[in-house]
Design a binder for this molecule. Structure first.
Ligand SMILES: [Mg+2]
Length: 318
């Protein structure tokens, strides 16, 4: 399934990774990787970078978890389009102090790809001499007849969110406070689950716009509002959250990789829960088109009273 590789330390490293990936990788060793898209589908592509010290710290996660998390986070963008994953390209920058951990990182990346039905199609290893930060860039390719975007929300549509949120933010807070997170919160941070099949189920039931929750639920629904040119109302009290987390903390918890989906009302949420073992919750609706009086955006309510929307995570805000 692979092209024979030449001699040298870099190719030895790649051979070790291929041995670990087994049939999770295919067609590696040429300059490019060719792939087929099913008839009637469009290809969708997305890329995501995880950098030590920015997206994670080495002492929080195992090398395998670092690879898994970076790859799952990238695959989550395919879920937002309701696409089927085809392949993953991994570019890893490896300083000397990470060389021993490279196989673990690759193991985790391969596991995340396999779990989503994707194949590792290629990548790039850059060895940096001396100590430094690990960086992983993960490019994902998928296909879907009609990709869901952020632009399709219409007045009267409902806002649904998958899963139960708040765990990753609480794990992060525990680490930053110097304590160990609860195991369930840690697992949600270390091994996020891209909602690939859930998105396809929702697309079949008329989902019109979607986003994966990476900056925080309210901030991400705000991206849909902006892209669709609408105003959206969310009841924070309805946001499904892990016990002990406030509605505000849940609404701004980032890196959840759950989906916020805009769809006509009436979706059978108990069917969804029975199919996937996680809840689907209706938390609000699209109220009106953006106007000069009220621009596109999100209004948040708690117990029927309007409250200030919680902020989200913005890489460039400071
Ligand atoms: Mg995204």
């Amino acid at each position: 399934v692979h092209v024979a590789l030449g001699r040298g330390a870099e190719f030895d490293a790649i051979r070790r990774l291929l041995a670990r990936w087994g049939d999770s990788a295919r067609g590696i060793g040429n300059d490019t990787s060719a792939l087929d898209v099913p008839p009637g589908h469009r290809m969708v592509a997305s890329t995501d970078t995880s950098v030590e010290g920015v997206d994670f710290r080495r002492e929080w996660l195992t090398p395998s978890e670092i690879g898994y998390r970076a790859t799952a986070a990238a695959l989550s963008d395919l879920a937002a389009a309701a696409a089927s994953p085809l392949g993953v390209l991994l570019a890893i920058t490896v300083p000397t102090n990470w060389r021993e951990a490279l196989e673990g990182v690759a193991d985790g990346a391969g596991q995340a790809a396999r779990a989503a039905g994707a194949t590792v199609l290629g990548g790039d290893l850059t060895a940096v001499t001396g100590p430094g930060m690990l960086a992983l860039n993960v490019t994902v390719l998928g296909s879907v007849p009609h990709p869901i975007t952020r632009t399709g929300a219409r007045v009267g549509d409902h806002v649904y969110v998958t899963g139960v949120i708040g765990g990753p933010a609480r794990a992060l807070r525990a680490w930053l406070d110097g304590t160990d997170p609860q195991p369930a919160d840690r697992a949600r941070f270390a091994r996020p689950a891209p909602r690939i099949r859930e998105a396809q189920w929702l697309a079949e039931r008329g989902a019109r716009a979607a986003i994966d929750v990476s900056d925080g639920l309210v901030a991400d629904v705000g991206h849909i509002a902006a892209a669709s040119g609408v105003r959206i109302a969310i009841d924070l009290g309805l946001v499904p959250r892990v016990s002990g987390v406030t509605a505000i903390d849940a609404a701004q918890s980032g890196e959840e990789y759950e989906l916020a989906v805009i769809a006509p009302g009436g979706i059978d949420v108990s069917d969804f829960a029975a199919a996937f073992g996680i809840p689907l919750t209706d938390i609000g609706h699209v109220t009106e088109p953006a106007s000069t009086r009220a621009g596109a955006g999100v209004e948040t309510y708690c117990d029927g009273k309007r409250v200030d929307p919680p902020g989200g995570y913005d890489h460039f805000s400071s």
